[in-house]
Ligand binder design. Structure first.
Ligand code: KIV
Length: 275
């Protein structure tokens, strides 16, 4: 069944959970989509897990478009949300609408996600007015890593918890149809969730959220640079890949690969005429 913004709305109303996972290319989008996920996020986390940067700040609109196009070719039923990269919306409301439009029009995404609260409320309003659905993102917003002084849990002081709660409400009022809460204490995320009519999608924000999102390389054991506390590793695909690649090296060196069944045939009379 095709997932849309209405799927998110109905899930919130009915109290059913929303599932979201990242994907950055065609093959993975197909696997995730066929598994029955509600939504695929083409996250700017691709800067770290696909491109090898130390954070998401270097990711460009062209990077996002390139990967979003690949994902939307592979996803049939999942709602594809594309991240707006750093400096594609902070600069002005005009830039925000133009760049959100490119992710929909050229990338084929069904919605965009951007980070921040009151500071980007005008951008959210303008993008929504252009008929583009928006997902907000609060808490540990990785594009603000330099302001936070590192990847740290957010909302732990009275003031920060209050600000997060107010920002969530502001995002809802600006017209976002969902909000990601990243690295927020579980109890606070639960309270924010109860105050909103739009669903919260948690990552490191506990089970009180309306849905969950993870970076697929983290949950499948395919990214070893670091492992956030909130990740549950459901499989060690990275280990399986390493074993398979080692086996390929051994068999290539020994001549066991390629075997007869991996070869193409040719009529012998043609070979004989070559001499
Ligand atoms: O870029 C991303 O993958 C994200 C998730 C961590 C929510 O924004």
């Amino acid at each position: 069944m095709k997932n849309t913004v209405l799927t998110f709305k109905e899930a919130k109303e009915q109290g059913t959970k929303i599932t979201m996972l990242t994907a950055y290319d065609y093959s993975m989008a197909k696997i995730v989509d066929e598994a029955g996920i509600n939504s695929i996020l083409v996250g700017d986390s691709l800067g770290m897990v696909c491109l090898g940067y130390k954070d998401t700040l270097s990711v460009t609109m062209e990077d996002m478009l390139h990967h979003t196009k690949a994902v939307t070719r592979g996803a049939k039923n999942a709602l594809v949300v594309a991240d707006m990269p750093f400096m594609s919306y902070q600069t002005s409301v005009y830039d925000a609408v133009v760049n959100a439009g490119r992710l929909i029009k050229e990338g084929g995404a069904a919605a965009v996600k951007l980070e921040g609260g009151s500071s980007v409320a005008e951008q959210i309003k303008a993008i929504v007015s252009a008929s583009i659905p928006v997902v907000g993102h609060l808490g540990l917003t990785p594009q603000s890593v330099n302001s936070f002084g590192g990847f740290k849990v957010q909302g732990k002081t009275q003031e920060a918890a209050q600000k997060l709660t107010e920002d969530a409400k502001i995002i809802e009022e600006a017209g976002a149809f969902a909000v990601v809460l990243e690295c927020v204490p579980a109890e606070l995320a639960k309270i924010i969730t109860s105050k909103l009519s739009i669903p919260t999608i948690g990552i490191g924000a506990g089970k009180g959220c309306d849905g969950q999102v993870l970076v697929y390389q983290d949950m499948l054991g395919m990214f070893s640079d670091f492992k956030p506390k909130f990740v549950k590793q459901y499989a060690n695909i990275g280990g399986i890949m390493t074993d398979a690649i080692k086996q390929y090296i051994v068999e290539t060196n020994s001549g066991a690969f390629p075997a007869k069944e991996n070869e193409f045939k040719i009529d012998h009379s043609i070979i004989e005429k070559l001499y």
